[in-house]
Design a protein around this ligand. Structure first.
Ligand SMILES: Nc1ncnc2c1ncn2[C@@H]1O[C@H](COP(=O)(O)OP(=O)(O)OP(=O)(O)O)[C@@H](O)[C@H]1O
Length: 357
C-alpha cells in the first residue's frame, strides 16, 4: 500500500484560506491521527486526499503516483464518516456488497464480506437493516465496508464521536484490530487528544490549516513544539503560566515566585515566555512526611481549593495570585481544601514557549 504525501497543499473557501501550504507524509501502512480543534481544517484535508474537494495549490501523491488530478472514484480510497453512510433500505450484507471498488466475482465478494464480518464481529447482523443496529454496531458495519473495499488508503473522520464511553472504548480496539488485519495507510481525524494518544502510530497536529508538529504520541506529549500542540494533548490539560526571563532570573507572576538561571532554560533566554507544566509534573509536599522536597526546580506555595479522587489519582486545584493550577498526585499525599502547600516542579518538567511565537 502506498504512502500518502501532501506537498504544499492549499485550499480556500470564498477567499478564506483553510489549508495553508500544508505538508504531510503518512507512511506506508501507518495509522496516523490528525488532531486539531474544530475548524482547523481536518475534514477538508481528508476530502482533498479523497478527491472530493479540489485544491487550489500543491500536490497529493499516493506513493509515486500523483493523484491530484484524478477523480475520487479512481483513487482507491475508503472514507468512513462519523455518520455511518449505510443505505437504510438495504441489509448490512447488501450494503457491504456494493462497497467493492471494482467488479469482482461473487465468490471473491462473499469471501471479503465474510472476512470483514469476522474481523468486526458483525456476522449475526448481516441480514438486518441499519435501523435494527445500535450505534456501535453501525460503526462496525461502516468500517466493514472499508475492509470489503480493500482500499490502499483509509480515511476515518471522527469515527468515535457520539458513542458512549463503553462502546467507544470497544470500537477503538475494533479499529486497531481491523487496521492490523488489513493494513492501509490510514488517517484518523479527531479533536480528542486522549483518543489520539491511544490509537496513533504518529500524531499530526493541525492548527489553522497548517501542520505544526508530527511525531509519536510520546514525543508530542513530552516535547510539544508550541502552545497549541501542548494544549491539544493531556487530560487534565497542561497548565500555562506567564513567565519573564531577565538577567538570569525567571519570574512567574502567576505563581508569585522567582528563581535563578539553570542549564535547562532556553539558550536565547530573555523576554517573555509561556511556561507549560503538566498536572502530574508537580510534586506536592506530603505534610505527614519528614522528607524535604528535592532541590533543583521551581518552588512556590499555593492554597488548595479543590480535591477529588478519580480512578485512583488525586486531582487537586490550587489557587495562587488569582490563577488556578491543576495538579495530579497519588492518593497517599494527603491535602485538604484550604491548606497552604509547598509545591515544586523539577526544571526538566517545565516547557518553555516564546510568547506570541
Ligand atoms: N464547503 C465549504 N464552504 C465554505 N467553507 C467551508 C466549507 N467546508 C469547510 N469550510 C470551512 O473551512 C474551515 C475548516 O473546516 P473543516 O471542516 O475542514 O474543519 P474541521 O477541523 O474538520 O472541523 P470539525 O472538527 O468541526 O469538523 C471551517 O472554517 C469551515 O467553516
Amino acid at each position: 500500500m502506498p504512502a500518502i504525501y501532501l506537498d504544499h497543499v492549499s485550499k480556500s473557501f470564498h477567499g478564506k484560506a483553510v489549508l495553508r501550504d500544508l505538508n504531510l507524509e503518512v507512511r506506508d501502512g501507518e495509522y496516523l491521527v490528525l488532531l486539531g480543534e474544530s475548524g482547523s481544517g481536518k475534514t477538508t484535508t481528508l476530502r482533498a486526499i479523497a478527491g472530493l474537494e479540489p485544491i487550489n495549490g500543491g500536490r497529493v501523491r499516493f506513493g509515486h503516483v500523483d493523484v491530484t488530478d484524478l477523480p475520487a472514484r479512481k483513487r482507491n480510497v475508503s472514507m468512513v464518516f462519523q455518520h455511518d453512510g449505510l443505505y437504510p433500505h438495504l441489509s448490512i450484507r447488501d450494503n457491504l456488497s456494493i462497497a467493492r471498488n471494482r467488479k469482482i466475482d461473487s465468490r471473491e465478494l462473499q469471501s471479503r464480506i465474510e472476512q470483514a464480518a469476522t474481523i468486526l464481529e458483525i456476522k449475526p447482523l448481516l441480514d438486518r437493516l441499519p435501523s435494527q443496529l445500535s450505534g456501535g454496531e453501525l460503526r462496525r458495519a461502516a468500517m466493514a465496508k472499508s475492509i470489503v473495499r480493500q482500499a490502499d488508503v483509509r480515511l476515518l473522520d471522527e469515527p468515535l464521536s457520539a458513542l458512549d464511553a463503553t462502546v467507544r472504548h470497544q470500537f477503538q480496539h475494533d479499529l486497531l484490530r481491523c487496521h492490523h488485519s488489513q493494513p492501509a495507510s490510514t488517517i484518523h481525524v479527531t479533536h480528542d487528544g486522549n483518543e489520539a494518544m491511544r490509537m496513533a502510530d504518529r500524531i499530526a497536529v493541525i492548527d489553522q490549516g497548517e501542520i505544526v508538529q508530527v511525531d509519536t504520541p510520546h514525543n508530542i506529549y513530552h516535547h510539544p513544539c508550541c502552545v497549541s500542540v501542548a494544549k491539544s494533548i493531556g487530560s487534565p490539560p497542561i497548565n500555562l503560566l506567564d513567565a519573564s526571563l531577565k538577567d538570569n532570573q525567571v519570574k512567574l507572576s502567576d505563581l508569585d515566585c522567582s528563581a535563578s538561571r539553570t542549564e535547562s532554560w532556553p539558550n536565547d533566554c530573555s523576554g517573555d515566555f509561556v511556561v507549560g507544566i503538566r498536572p502530574e509534573a508537580f510534586r506536592v509536599r506530603d505534610t505527614s512526611s519528614k522528607t524535604p522536597i528535592p532541590v533543583g526546580g521551581l518552588r512556590f506555595s499555593a492554597r488548595c481549593c479543590w480535591v477529588a479522587e478519580f480512578s485512583g489519582v488525586m486531582h487537586l486545584e490550587f489557587e495562587t495570585n488569582g490563577k488556578r493550577i491543576t495538579v495530579l498526585t497519588s492518593p497517599e499525599i494527603s491535602v485538604r481544601p484550604g491548606e497552604l502547600q509547598d509545591i515544586e516542579v523539577p526544571w526538566q518538567n517545565v516547557h518553555w514557549f516564546p510568547k506570541n511565537a
